[in-house]
Design a protein around this ligand. Structure first.
Ligand code: MD3
Ligand code: FE
Length: 209
């Protein structure tokens, strides 16, 4: 396996998944998307996000006019499908000993979608890492520090790359500046899919925040 890269505490394993592993994960995620269709969440201010989202696992992350939060059901009412075994295997490989992930957020980037700089802090147990799997077109990933407005660095995330965000890096600001359309032929119809695996509830089994 290649050496990991590190950017402001975010550890990236380039090409951790080979093409056949990417195809296997993608096939499982296309089944998730067939059951739980991606939707463009609306912010509290009524603006549609350019990234389309769905999820697998007990919880999915949603946003609507009431704000954003984790929910046990898709906006259309169905329970989220289970996290595929092919995806859980990646978590076990890069985050051994961590709790079992309760959310696999599926972000679909097409048509110039991007994600502004933000922190992930809606989870109750911030001692647990987040694991990200990139599939399809490559994306320019920006990572800053714990404070908004500090210096940032960038790295291209390519299909099969896996990022592990834990410890002090868990609350760094990060986002996706742009996606290089047509840079990968993995996804039918093109685009990029990013999976993030997260533990949502507190360690004592309490409710989601
Ligand atoms: C750093 N997703 O879903 S994945 C997100 O490519 C999100 O779709 C991006 O940011 C994407 O919240 C980036 C890499 C990543 C994921 C979670 C993190 C980096 C992170 C959580 C904390 C710090
Ligand atoms: Fe994030």
């Amino acid at each position: 396996m290649a050496q990991p890269l590190e950017l402001n505490g975010v550890v990236v394993w380039p090409g951790l998944l080979d093409r056949s592993e990417q195809e296997a994960v993608l096939s499982d995620i296309l089944e998730v998307m067939a059951v739980a269709p991606p939707v463009h969440p609306v912010t509290r201010w009524g603006k549609s996000m350019s990234v389309a989202m769905t999820a697998a696992g007990r919880f999915g992350w949603i946003s609507d006019r009431r704000g954003y939060r984790y929910e046990e059901h898709h906006p259309q009412g169905m329970a989220w499908p289970p996290i595929p075994a092919s995806v859980l295997a990646v978590w076990e490989a890069v985050a051994p000993g961590a709790r079992t992930p309760e959310c696999c957020l599926v972000n679909l980037y097409r048509n110039g979608a991007r994600m502004g700089l933000h922190q992930d802090r809606d989870e109750a147990d911030l001692s647990q890492p987040v694991v990200s799997i990139s599939l399809g077109d490559e994306a320019l990933f920006r990572v800053g520090g714990l404070q908004r407005g500090g210096p940032t660095g960038s790295i291209w995330l390519r299909s099969g790359d896996v990022a592990v965000i834990g410890g002090a890096a868990r609350l760094v600001h990060h986002g996706i500046d742009r996606v290089r359309e047509g840079s990968s032929d993995l996804i039918p119809g093109g685009g990029r899919i990013n999976l993030t695996l997260r533990v949502v509830t507190s360690a004592d089994g309490g409710a989601a925040p």
